[in-house]
Design a protein around this ligand. Structure first.
Ligand code: MN
Length: 449
């Protein structure tokens, strides 16, 4: 077995830290997990689950089933650091468990991996702690105290910038500063929660005064969410070398956007009500450990781009700080459903299109001394690729509402209509490793009142 994860932060994501929990040969006695597109035994994401009895509590997804972590603890199947995580996670929020940092989380992963493997001696005892996922609801995993949305998708920033400034799409700060704004934590909801079309001030192009009406340009934004694990004290920045150790996990994030409201309100202070009506996330926390095989080096910057300032630069982050995660957006409309057409793909992108790494976002966020708390959530910004089929928002796909997309039902869309359902998926593939996924991030649009 390779050396422990408990080295320095610099060692944390080196390939040498792959361990037995990543072995492609691992199989579980939970039959539905073997070959499962999201939750094989190599993933083991953590969430808060409403099982059929008692209150919501920590669960771990395994194939089409969910493991009740509190039941494992009660049955005496956990000890040491793994038990410490389970105790901290025994309530209805994972804030306390996220605050523990990586050691207990890794201990739980290793123990649960062993318990779920084919041939595990404890199988009979663990079986009594497993529930069918269909009979459970997966809730918001933590109370989010603060939510910050970045803008690291450089193709998104360039395409959107071109709509407004054809000759100068990127602002001069873009390649120096990981740009972000403070979002609204109170409207973050787990996958499956419907989104009501917002109303707001909209200025028609042919009028000098705005109206207060239902949004007509409702859009999605394909992003990753970054869960903060251990926080930092006010006044104590997190260095680029330590930043990855302050990340507790990842999710999918749909940053719903009302483009017509946004266009009128956003200057000079940035997005406000165009974003704060809803943010949908996939509810499972995909751990940094599960993503180790899918780490990637930072994409090389074009020769004319500036080197990041030293406080944003760490050699391990340059070598391993990015991710290779396939990201997909799909749509279903009522008409498509009636015709049995299922989902239609709108976009296929990849997390490699981020200009800044998650560690650089954490470092920049705290570089002025700002404190991050456990279970704060960061959005990466819309992750679009360079091609039209890789755009992470309809604003880009339809070129600002000028070029409609045509759906298999014959319907067209510039922006989202009532009862459209948007589904986001994230999948990680690498030769020699088991593929894993994030589970679903989906929501249906309901009309305004
Ligand atoms: Mn966004």
């Amino acid at each position: 077995m390779p050396r422990s994860y408990r080295g320095t932060a610099k060692d944390k994501f080196m390939p040498a830290n792959l361990d037995v929990t990543h072995a492609v040969s691992l199989r579980s006695w939970v039959a539905s997990s073997n070959g499962h597109p999201d939750f094989p035994i190599q993933n083991l994401p953590i969430g808060i689950v409403s099982f059929q009895s008692e209150g919501p509590r920590c669960g771990i997804a395994i194939g089409g089933s969910i493991l009740d972590v509190r039941a494992l603890l009660k049955n005496g199947l956990l000890d040491g650091d793994a038990a410490a995580f389970a105790e901290a996670a025994s309530g209805s929020r994972l804030n306390g468990a996220l605050a523990l940092g990586s050691g207990p989380r890794i201990a739980l992963r290793r123990r649960v991996s062993a318990l779920l493997q084919e041939g595990a001696a404890e199988r009979a005892a663990v079986e009594s702690c497993i529930h069918e996922a269909e009979s459970c609801a997966v809730l918001l995993p933590a109370a989010v105290g603060g939510y910050t949305d970045f803008y690291t998708g450089i193709h998104h920033a360039t395409t959107v910038g071109k709509l407004f400034r054809p000759n100068n799409p990127l602002m001069p700060n873009y390649k120096w500063v990981p740009i972000a704004y403070h979002g609204r934590a109170s409207s973050i909801r787990p996958s499956g929660t419907p989104v009501k079309r917002p109303k707001g001030q909209i200025k028609p192009p042919d009028s000098s005064s705005p109206v207060f009406e239902s949004c007509r340009q409702l859009d999605y934004e394909l992003e990753l969410g970054i869960w903060i694990g251990e926080g930092n004290e006010l006044g104590e920045p997190i260095s680029a070398a330590d930043a990855a150790d302050h990340i507790g996990g990842y999710c999918l994030l749909n940053d719903w956007s009302a483009r017509d409201i946004q266009a009128w309100e956003y200057q000079p202070l940035g997005p406000f009500l165009a974003k704060s009506f809803a943010t949908t996330i996939s509810p499972w926390i995909i751990t940094p450990e599960a993503l180790v095989p899918f780490r990637a080096s930072q994409a090389p910057r074009p020769p004319d781009d500036p080197e990041p300032l030293p406080y944003l630069t760490d050699p391990v982050d340059i070598a391993h700080g990015a991710f290779d995660i396939e990201l997909e957006v799909l749509i279903a409309t009522p008409k498509m459903a009636r015709a049995g057409q299922g989902y239609h793909r709108l976009s296929l992108s990849n997390a490699r299109h981020m200009y800044w790494t998650p560690a650089q976002m954490v470092t920049h966020h705290t570089s002025n001394g700002c404190g991050l708390n456990p279970a704060d959530l960061l959005g990466t910004g819309t992750i679009s690729g360079p091609g039209k089929e890789e755009a992470g928002s309809l604003l880009e796909t339809t070129q600002g509402g000028r070029a409609p997309i045509v759906l298999p039902s014959g319907e067209t869309r510039m922006f989202l209509e009532d009862y459209d359902e948007v589904l986001m998926l994230a999948r990680c593939h690498r030769e020699g490793f088991a593929s894993i996924g994030f589970g679903v991030c989906k929501s249906i649009i309901l009309p305004s009142d």
